[in-house]
Structures are given as C-alpha cells and as structure tokens.
Design a protein around this ligand. Structure first.
Ligand SMILES: [Zn+2]
Length: 412
C-alpha cells in the first residue's frame, strides 16, 4: 500500500525546506519510489514470458531504447513517459499533481546521466494530469526547475484555456524561465507544425532514432471539442519499430484520431501495412472516447501501456467507464493481449492506491524482433490481473470487473 499522498506532500515540502536551508547540499526529496527499479547498465532479464514478448537482456552497451511509463506517487490519473536512448533523455508529460514531482524526479535521476539534462521535453496539452509537474509556484521546484533542457515542445497556443490565469499561467512562466535559463530550443506546435512537413528530430550517432512530431489538425485550427484533441502526438522510430504516443487525443464527437490517420504519412504507411506499431500508449488513459476501432485497426498495436489508476471513480461511477474502460479492452483485444497498466485504485475515499504493473519499462534492442517488458511490481498482462477478474455486483447482477471478448487473442 502506498503512503497517504497528503502526508507524502507534507514530507516532501519539509524536505524541500530542509534542502533550501542546506544550501550547498541542494534540494533533497524524502519521497522515494517504493518499487524496485532497473538500473541501466546492469544486465537485466525480462521476466515476462507471455506471448509476443521475448526475454532479452537489457543492452548494457547502451544500444537499446527504453520507454518508461511512470507511476505518479498518488491516486490520480495522469501521464508521465520517460524515454532513454544512450545518453539522450526524452520526457513526455508529467502529471498528475505537484505531489508527483518528487516521485518522477527521483526516478529520472536514477537513469539520467550526470548532465541532468532532458534533451527533449514534450508537454502534450493543457490539462493538469499532463502538465502539473511543470506548473508550480515560486516556492516549489517543479520539473522545469530541477533539470536542464535541450528542446521543449508543447501545445503553445493550441489550447482553449485561459493562458493568463491559474495553473496554466504558472506552467507557461516556468517553461519560459527554463527556456531562458537553459538556452533551450522551443517548438510551439500551434505555429510551427505544417501538414506534410512534420518536425523530425534525429537522435543517435547514426540518426538511428527518429522523434517525429505528428501533424494534428487541432494544432492550428480551432475546432470545437475537448482540450484533449489539441494533444501533441508523437511517433518514435527505432530499428524498424514504431512507438505511438497520442496524449489524450479523442475520436468520439471530434474525429481527431481519424484526422491524425488522414494527415500523417507515417500513420498511413502503418494503416496500409500488415504490421502495426510495436508500442501504443493508450490514448486518454484507456478512455472509451479514444482508441476508436478504426484507429486501433489501423495502427494494430503489439504492446499497449495504460497510464491510469485502474478502477478509480475519479471521473465516473460507471464501472465500465472507469479506466481502462470495457470498450477500450474490447477494441484492443483482437490485436493483442499484451496490455499493461501502471496503478490500481484500492480505496478512493481513503486515498489508498497501489501498483498494478507499477513502473512499466518497455525495451527495444536493435535487431531483436520483439520488445522486452519489465515492470516494477509484476509483469502480468491486464487480463491476468486480480482486478480484471474480480467479481463485482452491478445493478444486482454478479459479473467480472472486465471480460475478455470472445474475438480477443487466446491466451496460452
Ligand atoms: Zn489525461
């Protein structure tokens, strides 16, 4: 069971005050990740033996690319994805609350080099479950204060929120301070992204990794719909493998996923191929409003990672719509059973939550066909988790929390 997040926050604040007072010793956070972690450079073997994922060693020579979906140190829904390739560090989002900062920053420091530099920082959209870790007042250090930055990529003006007030103003102030302090490059998708001219960052000595900022029609068109549809969408390519991150992009009522498919050559190529993406970060935390059938049938994911606190009533009391939703599972199931979920809600009212898979680390090794998976809590796929198979009563009828659809992949 995890700590009460309020207590963690107070402990964290106290540590922050101590750290500031300590001067030369710098800032020390008291909240450490509670789960065992991999250390890059050690030879670690994946323990997951399910279909579709091979047991391959973490490449100690640093040729592998690892994608980490992080737990956030509290019960709230949010995204934080860390990607490492050699000495290049990429961060996509940091939700869900300011109390996540210590958990995330300690994790990052475990993996990052001494330069303390996030080479590419992407903030997908103006919802706090994606940017809260960057948006702090002057007395609390956030991700923008704790690290150096090479390139910052964000939604820019692609938002319906008031940029001059509240948390978003703090976010923008902190971002601008970081850009100035680090002399960082800034890429504002709302003014820079042009259809057919996607921004691609080449990474590695031989440009073996490509970070492509996909074109999203919402970046520079005000279309009615949720803020989620302004999400910065990213395709990462390495060794013929493709990793897709769509933030909270939705489909229902907006067609944003359809637009993404229509407007990006790299997605069209996948849609026209028998092969799909190797990894898909479940859009919008496994919501029923994202991961539409048309979209998932086009991208055909092999491994799906969901950043959420499973079964949380944070947004709804309808158990089928709690993340990861019943309809999401039904849509993914014909393509893969390799679904992993970060956290699990135990008792919302009492602030109790725990790890499901925990921190999920997906590793791609050059010339290894399959991805490796190593999670900090357990490596079981979603349909094998106790939560998935838990018996509940809905409208007086006993049933499982989730069921695997009849047309889903058959488990061994
Ligand atoms: Zn979100």
């Amino acid at each position: 069971m995890k700590k009460n997040p309020f207590i963690s926050f107070i402990v964290c604040l106290f540590a922050l005050i101590l750290g500031v007072g300590g001067g030369a010793v710098g800032i020390t956070y008291a909240t450490m990740p509670e789960t065992e972690e991999l250390v890059v450079g050690e030879e670690v073997y994946y323990t997951y033996n399910g279909t579709g994922v091979s047991n391959v060693p973490l490449d100690s020579a640093g040729q592998g690319l690892s994608v980490h979906f992080l737990e956030l140190g509290n019960k709230y829904t949010g995204d934080c994805t860390y990607i490492k390739y050699g000495d290049v560090d990429i961060l996509i989002d940091c939700g869900s609350k300011s109390s996540s900062i210590s958990t995330v920053s300690e994790y990052l420091k475990t993996y990052m080099g001494e330069d303390n530099k996030i080479d590419y920082c992407i903030v997908t959209h103006a919802h706090t479950d994606h940017y809260a870790g960057f948006a702090t007042g002057t007395k609390v250090q956030g991700i923008y204060d704790l690290f150096d930055f090479g390139t910052i990529i964000d939604f820019g003006s692609a938002t319906n929120k008031d940029k001059d007030s509240g948390m978003l103003k703090k976010y923008i102030d902190n971002r601008d301070d970081a850009i100035e302090r680090c002399d960082a490059e800034y890429f504002d998708v709302s003014v820079s992204a042009l259809k057919g001219n996607n921004k691609i960052y080449n990474i590695g000595a031989n440009n073996e990794v490509q970070l492509e900022i996909l074109y999203n029609r919402y970046y520079n068109h005000k279309i009615n719909g949720t803020e989620n549809n302004y999400s910065v969408c990213v395709m990462l390519k390495f060794d013929d493998k493709e990793f897709l991150f769509t933030g909270d992009l939705e489909e229902h009522g907006s067609s944003a996923e359809t637009y993404l498919l229509e407007d990006n050559e790299s997605l069209k190529d996948i849609a026209n191929s028998s092969d799909g993406v190797e990894l898909y970060k479940a859009g919008h935390h496994g919501s029923s409003t994202s991961s539409s059938k048309n979209f998932i049938d086009a991208i055909k994911p092999e491994v799906v990672c969901v950043c959420c606190c499973a079964g949380s009533p944070e947004y709804t009391d309808d158990v089928d719509k709690m993340f990861p939703t019943t309809s999401f599972i039904e849509t993914i199931a014909p393509h893969t059973q390799d679904i992993f979920v970060t956290s699990l809600c135990v008792d919302w009212k009492n602030d109790e939550y725990t790890s499901m898979n925990g921190n999920i680390v997906v590793i791609a090794i050059a010339e290894q066909e399959k991805l490796g998976i190593n999670c900090s809590n357990n490596d079981q796929i979603l349909r094998k988790q106790e939560w998935f198979n838990r018996t509940i009563t809905v409208d007086g009828i006993e049933r499982a929390m989730r069921t695997w659809p009849p047309n889903g992949v058959v488990i061994d």
